[in-house]
Design a protein around this ligand. Structure first.
Ligand code: KG4
Ligand code: ZN
Length: 356
């Protein structure tokens, strides 16, 4: 039964070889239920995102059980809207792409099960996509000229990686965080000063009213690993600063505190990314992931790249945080390489970059 179905799909693929490639992409790895239709890997025909942020704000962070349930409630509606906005039918899709890791297992499973059901029913090939490969691929949406190889700094809620994108979907990791991810540090500091969840955007906004040089926080270094990051020391310094002020009965000016914290994070990220591009001999540098929408990081990176003679690439904020368009782009390149997932595709919560 399964073999004949796979053969049927392959036959249909061969018949449609010369035609445009339309990917229906699904993303549900954390707290956004998203679907998108992407044409030929670079043109986003629709990008529907149902965010659960308001719901999780009540608890100060993502509650996995609630995230899974909300995905189940929303996913059909989100997919229908994505097809409608693209003015296309499911039958016109070339393949179904879905994030299968890394992420919250229950949340991922909703997208994976849905994608499998759709692909099976519509007799379409299924392509499992790595969430971080998706984040990197967001850069291809608005930069038709960007092609590998280039250096990419990936900064999200769960990841901080410095990589060389050798080809589509091929990465060499040259640096990573030894402790907290950059986004995690933003979220923890935001919580400590009472800005709430989600921390990153709130710190970004509040920091605009503060002086980034008001407090001299350390830049985390990892001895002997020039491209690795460390943010837990910085986080402790911020917490100590707050506790000390409380003990002394001193008032804290939050905008100065978060602007100084942000400045330290941005400094660490920019200096390593630019150094990597120069030392490895690449003239293109990109950023990706939720933290890539941070205004200070974008400004710092832009200035440093200009000074170093590097071309700087960054996605619009809507393509930095979780979305399905980036999964559609990555799914397209995987599809063109011949990547196909079986009906046994499963969620892999701790999927490593470069693994399948
Ligand atoms: O990529 P993403 O949407 O989800 C993951 O794959 O993790 O990243 C979410 C992270 C959160 O930690 C959030 O606080 C952070 O990205 N973030 C920001 C900004 N917008 C989102 N951090 C700093 N500045 C921002 N403007
Ligand atoms: Zn993400």
């Amino acid at each position: 039964m399964e073999i004949s179905m796979m053969e049927e799909i392959k036959k249909a693929e061969l018949e449609g070889k010369e035609q445009d490639v339309y990917i229906l992409a699904i993303e549900s790895s954390c707290d956004e239920t998203a679907a998108s239709v992407v044409k030929n890997g670079r043109t986003v025909l629709s990008n529907v995102i149902s965010s659960q942020i308001a719901l999780h704000t009540l608890y100060g962070g993502v509650v996995p059980e609630i995230a899974s349930r909300k995905h189940i409630e929303k996913i059909n509606q989100v997919i229908e809207s994505a097809l409608e906005e693209a003015h296309m039918e499911l039958d016109q899709m070339t393949a179904i792409a879905v994030t299968y890791g890394p992420g919250l297992v229950g949340a991922l499973l909703v997208g994976v099960a849905e994608a499998k059901a759709i692909a099976y029913a519509a007799k379409k090939p299924l392509v499992g996509v790595h969430h971080i490969e998706g984040h990197v691929s967001a850069n291809f949406i608005e930069h038709p000229d960007l092609e590998p190889p280039f250096v990419c700094l990936i900064v999200s809620g769960g990841h901080t990686h410095l990589v060389i994108v050798k080809d589509y979907g091929e990465f060499e990791i040259i640096g990573r965080t030894r402790d907290d991810a950059a986004g995690e540090a933003f979220d923890k500091v935001a919580r400590a000063v009472g800005l709430g969840y989600p921390g990153g955007p709130k710190v970004d906004k509040t920091a605009k009213e503060g002086n980034p040089h008001a407090i001299e926080f350390p830049r985390g270094k990892v001895e002997g690993s020039p491209y690795d990051f460390s943010f837990s020391g910085l986080k402790s310094c911020v917490l100590n600063y707050i506790n000390h002020a409380k003990m002394m009965g001193e008032e804290i000016y939050v905008p100065d505190l978060v602007a100084s914290f942000q400045n330290s994070v941005v400094d660490s990220l920019v200096s390593r990314a630019v150094m990597a591009a120069k030392e490895y001999g690449y003239d293109k540098l990109a950023i990706a992931g939720g933290v890539a929408s941070n205004s200070a990081l974008r400004a710092g990176m832009k200035a440093a790249c200009k000074k170093a003679g590097l071309s700087f690439y960054y996605p619009s904020p809507i393509f930095c945080t979780d979305n399905a368009a980036m999964i559609g782009v990555a799914g397209y390149y995987e599809y063109m390489k011949g990547t196909r997932s079986g009906w046994d595709l499963n969620a892999v919560p701790n999927l490593k970059l470069g693994e399948r």
